[in-house]
Design a protein around this ligand. Structure first.
Ligand SMILES: NC(=O)c1ccc[n+]([C@@H]2O[C@H](COP(=O)([O-])OP(=O)(O)OC[C@H]3O[C@@H](n4cnc5c(N)ncnc54)[C@H](OP(=O)(O)O)[C@@H]3O)[C@@H](O)[C@H]2O)c1
Length: 283
């Protein structure tokens, strides 16, 4: 029997890069995609170091090019004969107080983090339905379960992904298709630097939130961030699991945040967050 086939988005860095390697090491044939092949150097180096070159092919894919997605997935299926795992990993974070974020910036956030994952999933379902098998692993976030300061757009996009995926899972369980949400806390990847896009108004001195924003930025920079290999290994383990759960939290911080939200009265929770993030002052 041919090795199973995994398709992953956003493989130029972070979780996507590491997951591509872990899936290859686990025996999958991996189609690792990125929107700019000019950024493939890091992946190529990691592939060479891990000795998995024969298992990984790199292809160009921007998950917001919606008209091209079905053809892209069908071509992978034609070339490899099957599609066993889709990892919807591509994502970035719009940052800034909600008051300062333009609707267009919020829409852009959804285009990648929500509609990109939806379009990829819908394109894969056709094949997975025929196969009567397949895993779709959505890289969500603790922010998909828990709102937080300056990440309203990101959090909204991940909440949307959570609700959509939870519903879809109910619809496709009986077709043999497993929908899974991975919810990491803070991990050291490019999302904290290159992948964090400040809202245009949020950085202006005219923003009514500028002082709070600057205080928040230094708090966020100091947050401890874990080794992303933990998430890559978790995703590979889920891909190998014939009967995965709906949700997997990753990281102690994610587990603590969710427990606090569930256990504490919401007003206490708000006070703790405001004190920790120093956003209780109006300016
Ligand atoms: N790191 C964390 O703490 C954390 C926590 C929770 C959830 N997550 C989620 O984990 C996922 C991966 O992020 P990461 O932390 O590994 O950050 P990362 O290193 O910045 O990786 C993000 C990847 O997404 C790609 N991407 C962005 N927009 C894209 C598009 N339109 N089409 C295709 N690819 C696109 C980026 O490509 P380019 O190289 O071309 O920019 C990059 O390869 C994201 O969904 C993120 O929300 C991260």
């Amino acid at each position: 029997m041919a090795d199973k086939v995994a398709l992953i988005t956003g493989a130029s860095s972070g979780f996507g890069l590491l997951t591509s390697i872990e899936l290859a090491k686990a025996g999958f044939r991996v189609v690792a995609t990125m929107r700019d092949l000019g950024r493939r150097n890091r992946l190529d180096q990691a592939v060479a170091a891990a000795g998995v070159a024969a298992k990984i092919e790199v292809r160009a894919l921007d998950v917001t090019q919606f008209d091209a997605i079905q053809d892209f997935v069908d071509t992978v299926v034609r070339d490899y004969g099957q599609l066993d795992v889709l990892v919807n990993n591509a994502g970035f974070a719009v940052a800034g107080f909600a008051e300062d974020i333009k609707l267009d910036e919020l829409r852009l956030q959804f285009e990648t983090n929500f509609f990109g994952a939806v379009a990829m999933t819908k394109a894969a379902l056709r094949t997975m339905r025929q196969q009567h098998s397949g895993h779709v692993i959505q890289v969500s976030s603790i922010a998909g379960l828990h709102g937080s300061v300056t990440v309203s757009s990101y959090s909204a996009s991940k909440h949307a992904l959570e609700g959509w995926s939870e519903s879809l899972r109910l619809e496709v369980n009986s077709l043999g298709i497993k929908i899974v949400l991975v919810e990491p806390g803070a991990f050291q990847t490019d999302i904290w630097t290159r992948g964090a896009v400040m809202g245009e108004q949020a950085t202006k001195q005219t923003s009514p939130n500028i002082q709070r924003s600057l205080r928040m930025r230094s708090t966020i920079e100091k947050l401890p961030k874990r080794d992303p290999i933990e998430v890559a290994r978790l995703i590979a383990a889920i891909a190998l699991n014939p009967n995965p759960k709906l949700r997997y939290l990753a990281g102690r911080d994610a587990k603590i945040q969710l427990a606090m939200k569930r256990i504490l009265p919401w007003k206490w929770h708000e006070k703790l967050v405001a004190n920790f993030l120093k956003i209780d002052q109006a300016t």
